[in-house]
Design a protein. Structure first.
Length: 708
């Protein structure tokens, strides 16, 4: 159930009560007035964040850089609860009577009296500009329904904000300073029993307690559970009724205790239990991380004289990066440890504290090594692999658009295929494809505008995305288009090498005559043929669909290299089988030109047949093989899939199940001169254990990729 809170109603009690505007007794803690002030303060903070944020995120030229930077500091301090907003609410009554410019002036004047010292310069910058009328407020704040400081604050509440609250003796300490007087007074009253914790009061406190980090899921969970507690639900009351005075001395500890109860209460709604658990884990007293969000991550790395590289390289984590990048991380870390890489030379003059995130620091160090130190080529490729992955991952994380460098960006992402963990065949293929792409008339700036680097965290995934786009558009040469299809077949959608072993068998030609280009073939009759009456009869016949059956499987396409040779052979082959067309076919067979236009090479449709050898090898009874033979077998399969010589002359089509297919393929390998004697011996030991039943009787999946 979604909580139904409103600015005027909490715990079933309206905050707008005529009888409550009387000045409270000096000896009594007034829980109602406390709620009013805390709630209004929470609303004011939300409004300040919205007003400051709308100015910061609005494109305009009317605000100077100094004013922008100063406001950004004030904005950050407000959203992270570093400003004691409960001490500003007394000025709201005056702000409600003046224009926006005067509202800023009143608010910042009060802020200057109680804000943290590090904000003094920022506040002084704004106050000086406001007093000199150098802030064009009418340009940066909309008055017609835009953001404002008083949004959601009922005017009838403003008068009550002037009345003071009376609490017991003063509490001291740094935490009290960070919370502000009102929250300190509440903590003191809870400690001495002058006030008891209630659901609405805890709801208010959760919106005011400063925290070290600002995470979206935690912030929204806090607001949700706060709205629920404002409803003062009877079903949740037992979670707070047993909190003693002693346990309420520390507002953070008290909050965690109550949230812990809520998170484990069987009768509470699931969303209440879940959000209570989330907020509970992050409800801690502020630490250094409050001012430096990356303190907990950066401090262990740079707190000493020397950078802790073991900890730094842990930003490359399993799951976030491909396996070969993890292996590259270990290689580079080892090279740093054993001094293979001269870090002293690379880091001369390096200011490591320029960088506030571990990812930034690692990118900077790797960049220095790449530019300033000579290292072996293989180590350079390994380093570059990490560098490119880190850059794209960090850009995707920050959402920061990077300059479009066209072909240089293409080279950068293709370089990740140089990884030591990538098979040599794929390295070679990527190099050839990159070379081919450079020769194509492609606007690479436009390509990277369509597929920005900062929206793709994995470089090889970006390669696959771009290549799929180019294949779909169809603007590449036939040869390069075919290379792309073969290359993409070896990669998954993330650009990583497929785990399965595959074997490809390219057929020299596809014996399906209806796929032939008839217009090309008829060109062998010469340019004047189209003017003869019998030409249209021949063309219509060849395009009629009956020719495949007439040619039959015995017709050998591979013996005819040119259009003239093939057309003459087709006409002579069909003529005896078509009595009613015999005269036409014989006439044109005698007219075919074998030279000139007839000597043009035939454009055949090609097909690549692909089989997953990992599945086919399941026909083998592995339990009966020795470890030595099994290791040799899988090593051979890996070799066979990389070297097309093993499959070029192997006919796949006659074997429809795994057992016969695997047996036939291995027997075929034994006939090849290139087969290693040790592999021959291994195959002899393997063949007897190939099964034709069970797994061996499963069908072989053959993928046909057809292209011209």
């Amino acid at each position: 159930m979604v909580p139904q809170s409103s600015p005027q109603l909490y715990g079933g009690i309206s905050l707008i009560q005529p009888g409550r505007i009387l000045r409270p007794q000096q000896t009594t803690v007034d829980p109602f007035l406390t709620l009013v002030k805390l709630r209004v303060a929470a609303l004011l903070r939300d409004n300040m964040v919205n007003v400051f944020g709308s100015i910061i995120n609005k494109p305009h030229t009317s605000l100077s850089l100094d004013l922008y930077a100063a406001l950004y500091d004030i904005y950050q301090a407000t959203r992270l609860r570093r400003i004691r907003v409960s001490e500003l609410i007394h000025v709201l009554d005056r702000m409600a009577r003046v224009d926006t410019h005067s509202q800023f002036l009143l608010l910042f004047t009060e802020l200057e009296k109680m804000a943290p010292k590090y904000l003094m310069v920022a506040l002084s910058t704004w106050l000086r500009a406001l007093r000199q009328s150098k802030v064009p407020m009418y340009q940066i704040i909309r008055l017609d329904g835009g953001v404002n400081f008083l949004e959601g604050i009922e005017p009838s509440l403003l008068r009550q904000l002037h009345y003071p609250l009376y609490y017991p003796a003063v509490m001291e300490g740094s935490l009290c300073f960070s919370l502000g007087k009102l929250l300190c007074d509440v903590a003191r009253a809870l400690r001495y029993g002058n006030m008891r914790i209630s659901q609405p009061l805890l709801a208010c406190l959760l919106l005011h307690l400063p925290v070290s980090t600002f995470l979206p899921e935690v912030e929204e969970a806090t607001r949700y559970i706060s709205d629920v507690l404002f409803e003062n639900r009877t079903s949740l009351e037992f979670s707070i009724q047993n909190i003693s005075h002693r346990e309420s001395q520390d507002l953070y500890e008290m909050g965690r205790l109550i949230l812990s109860e809520l998170s484990s209460q069987p009768g509470a709604p699931k969303t209440v239990r879940e959000t209570s658990g989330i907020v509970m884990e992050y409800l801690r007293k502020p630490s250094y991380q409050m001012f430096n969000p990356n303190f907990e991550r950066m401090s262990p790395i740079v707190k000493g004289k020397d950078t802790d590289y073991n900890t730094l390289f842990k930003v490359i984590t399993r799951g976030e990066y491909p396996q070969d990048v993890l292996e590259a991380r270990d290689v580079i870390l080892a090279a740093l440890t054993n001094k293979t890489i001269n870090l002293d030379l690379a880091l001369k003059g390096f200011v490591r504290h320029d960088y506030t995130r571990p990812e930034e620091l690692l990118i900077a160090i790797i960049d220095r090594i790449r530019r300033r130190v000579e290292i072996p080529v293989q180590l350079a490729d390994t380093l570059n692999l990490i560098y490119v992955h880190l850059k794209l991952k960090f850009a995707a994380f920050t959402g920061e658009a990077r300059p479009n460098r066209g072909i240089s960006d293409l080279t950068m992402i293709f370089d990740t295929f140089k990884s030591p963990g990538i098979p040599d065949t794929i390295k070679n293929d990527s190099r050839e494809i990159l070379k081919g792409l450079r020769e194509e008339p492609i606007d690479w700036s436009d390509i990277f505008h369509k597929f920005p680097k900062h929206e793709n965290s994995r470089p090889r995934q970006l390669v696959v995305t771009i290549l799929n786009h180019l294949s779909a558009v169809g603007q590449l040469s036939i040869r390069l288009g075919s290379q792309l299809k073969e290359f993409l077949r070896l990669l998954d959608e993330n650009g990583e090498v497929r785990n399965c072993l595959v074997i490809s068998c390219p057929s020299p030609i596809l014996p399906i005559p209806d796929n032939l280009n008839v217009d090309d073939l008829l060109g062998a009759l010469g340019p004047e043929a189209v003017n003869e009456p019998k030409f249209s009869t021949l063309k219509n016949y060849l395009n009629g669909g009956e020719m495949p059956a007439l040619l039959g499987p015995e017709f050998k396409f591979s013996t005819h290299r040119t259009n003239g040779e093939l057309l003459k052979a087709i006409l002579e082959h069909i003529s005896p089988r078509e009595p009613y067309m015999k005269d036409v076919l014989s006439y044109w067979a005698s007219k075919v030109l074998l030279e000139g236009v007839g000597a043009k090479p035939v454009r055949y449709t090609m097909v690549t047949k692909t089989v997953d050898l990992t599945n086919v090898s399941k026909a083998l009874d592995h339990n009966l093989l020795t470890k030595e033979v099994a290791d040799r077998f899988y090593s051979f399969l890996s070799t066979a899939t990389r070297d097309p010589s093993y499959a070029e002359s192997f006919e796949m089509d006659g074997h429809i199940t795994r057992g016969p297919f695997l047996r036939a393929f291995l027997e075929h390998v034994l006939t090849l001169k290139i087969t290693d004697p040790r592999d021959r011996e291994m195959i002899g030991r393997v063949i007897p254990y190939i099964r034709d039943t069970g797994e061996g009787a499963e069908p072989v999946d053959i993928d046909n990729v057809v292209y011209e």
